[in-house]
Design a protein around this ligand. Sequence first.
Ligand code: GDP
Length: 419
Amino acid sequence: ATRALHNNANDISPLQIFVRAKKKINDIFVEIEDYVSETTRFVEGDVPISGDIIDKAETEQFKSYVLKVSGIREVLSRDHMKVAFFGRTSNGKSSVINAMLRDKILPSGIGHTTNCFCQVEGIDGQEAYLVKEGSDEKLNVTSIKQLANALCQEKLCESSLVRIFWPRERCSLLRDDVVFVDSPGVDVSPNLDDWIDNHCLNADVFVLVLNSESTMTLAEKSFFHEVSTRLSKPNIFILNNRWDASASEPEFQESVKAQHQERCTDFLIKELKVSTPKEAEERVFFVSARETLQARLKEQEGLPAIQGALAEGFQNRYFEFQDFERKFEECISQSAVRTKFAQHSSRGKSIANEMRQMLDGIYERANVMHNQKLDQKKKLTDRIANTEQQLMLVTREMKMKIHNMVEEVEQKVAKALNE
Ligand code: GDP
């Protein structure tokens, strides 16, 4: 039942824009690779006379294209959509990621503060494992508790990275090539430069997870100010998490919401200047990550989602979370296609262009050589024809002479006989 659910979600997922574009661009590079290899075999001397027309430098150049194209294919195969989560400790970053992945993958809760960066990415196969920065060792992840301990006990540098490889087939977002990055809280005196250099420059989307029970802090704001000076127009979503708490004070709910909404949109529009007012409306959400995760786990057990509810108003928060996911998927997919594939396609184009120019040159030279040979042949044929003609003339003359001579002799003989 779970798989059917995933398949259904997958059929309509905007992430498919990226998945299909990746497949398509890969197919094109496979074609270019075939073409480059064939051409290289040709210039390397498949054709007997090629050595006369193609020089060594050109052959080397073609060989370099083979490497370039396979290099691009290699990078392409590793291209994915990356989303990074930021916010203060305990705002619910890990819970949001777990809710999106529909499983308790990252440890969350008291005592489980992740003090380094955690990246969750998909792998083929059934076994989950983790790899710490600077090591190749695949550590088994059999339980979430063990993972939590591994992450907490280790004295890991706050800007180092732990990669968690999770079976793709357990989650449609991982299957569609989304990679999640959880960060240590922005309140833990971050080394912003390192953070941004190591984990943010290739992120397609940033999610700021706020606690809707308090207001955005200076630390949270500063981080995004720094990000937006380094990246042009980063895509930022803001989740006002723990919105289930607002249910206990229904009389203030609307006014609190309006206040948060205004602060968040002002932050995106006026402070960071990364969104237009219209875009900003689609970037701010009021959700409950813990509740969404619980509801999804219930659904997977075949129970109604509402059984995961934490408070009144579950349905609205649940829809809002799904709405966030939808907008997020559209945004990350389009942004990743633009930033990652635009580069590959322009490199592919320039390789194809350079090759065409070189092949044009070779063709041109081959043509010149062909014409020269034709010319030589023509001269030769002309000479032969000339000789033949002369020969003919000479023969005809000789024939005439002989004929005349014979006649003369005959006449002379006849005359002599008469006499
Ligand atoms: P992180 O440090 O930002 O990754 O925060 P966690 O995801 O670890 O969450 C910290 C605590 O808040 C955990 O005990 C979560 O269960 C709880 N929590 C997270 N999201 C929500 C929410 O939306 N509502 C409520 N009531 N609790 C939440």
